[in-house]
Design a protein around this ligand. Structure first.
Ligand SMILES: [Zn+2]
Length: 344
């Protein structure tokens, strides 16, 4: 089959690799019908160091179950499933607490150890706990939105939860990528009154407004902080959804939170220590977040997608075939595309 392999910074290739097969009795094989390129794939795409082993990329997919191991009980061949970016047993202490990304038997797709889903098929460990069966056929018009439950919509929702978004709250979203845009959807869904999108790409800002952003701040650094203060009566926002992961984004996040507020960070951190610890301390801020347990959120978000109340699938502005995957990485890296769907 064909699969996406990252060899080095800027060097991503589609190659023929051996077909995946069942290894453990708890495995399933899934034929991928849709996969994505993620903003987090761009970090290794930009920064992979010489000498690092190649990686089979991709951690977001919808597909059809092709085979199941002897110990798989809740899935059958032909089921249409969403694959979350992390696999989990669904049974351990952390899975039971809804923190599936900390599953004691779990792990992440698209790593050196676990081949990813930008491929024609993928082996899914702990299939019963990991995969989420959809009540629809694989060509349903809602598939783009359902595909976002594998990562970006659940991640935006996690940012909103970690930042304690609720009815009547003021919210700022840092980052206008697919996760930031889904964070706007999530904030609105949880009842936020004011949602300030902080970003500067016109196409993304337009979509953010359609998703429910009430204000836009396109400045950066100190100027951005001043603008948010002005928009919030001088105090800052209750909730900051940090969807970038840089030191600068985190510094801004802490600077625009009002006393007693919360920052939910879901951008993979590319800083050693959380910056601005002094204002965070004196303002009694909560700083939370991490990899989203998207598997835990699927049941909650599914009805809103099925009934059309949210349309996160609109973040996909480009659909490509496997041969075009390297160009898909380039397009996302150059901010030419918001989010790329791969459809074999
Ligand atoms: Zn678990």
């Amino acid at each position: 089959m064909r699969a996406t392999v990252l060899y080095g910074a800027g060097d991503v290739r589609v190659e023929h690799v051996p077909d995946p097969r069942l290894i453990e009795p708890t495995d399933a094989l899934v034929a991928v019908s849709r996969a994505c390129i993620c903003g987090s794939d761009l970090w290794p795409y930009k920064l992979m160091k010489p000498g690092e082993p190649p990686r089979r990329m991709g951690h977001e997919a919808i597909g059809v179950v092709e085979a199941v191991g002897a110990d798989v009980h809740t899935l059958k061949v032909g089921d249409v499933v969403v694959m979350p970016f992390a696999f989990c047993d669904g049974a351990c202490v952390f899975c039971q607490e809804g923190l599936h990304t900390s599953c004691i038997h779990g792990g992440f797709f698209g790593t050196v150890e676990v081949p990813g889903a930008q491929a024609e098929a993928v082996r899914v460990p702990l299939a019963d706990g990991t995969l989420f069966v959809l009540p629809l056929g694989e060509d349903d018009a809602l598939m783009a939105s359902l595909l976002t439950l594998s990562d970006v919509m659940g991640t935006g929702h996690h940012a909103a939860r970690a930042a304690k978004v609720g009815r009547g709250k003021t919210v700022a979203v840092i980052g206008d990528g697919a996760v930031g845009l889904c964070a706007v959807i999530a904030a609105r869904r949880l009842g936020a009154e004011q949602i300030i999108m902080m970003g500067h790409h016109p196409d993304r800002i337009a979509l953010a407004k359609e998703f429910g952003a009430t204000d836009v701040v396109s400045e950066r650094g100190e100027e951005a902080v001043e603008r948010v203060r002005k928009l919030t009566g001088g105090f800052g926002v209750h909730s900051v959804l940090e969807c970038v992961g840089t030191d600068q984004a985190m510094r801004t996040a802490i600077s625009i939170a009002r006393p007693g507020g919360a920052v939910g960070r879901v951008g993979v951190p590319h800083y050693e220590a959380i910056p601005a610890s002094e204002p965070a301390f004196y303002n009694n801020l909560t700083v939370g977040g991490g990899p989203a347990p998207v598997r835990a959120y699927m049941e909650e978000l599914l009805p809103d997608v099925l009934e059309g109340r949210i349309e996160p699938g609109r973040v996909f502005d480009r659909v490509i075939t496997f041969d075009q995957v390297p160009d898909g990485y380039r397009a996302m890296n150059e901010r030419e595309a918001i989010k790329v769907m791969v459809k074999p």
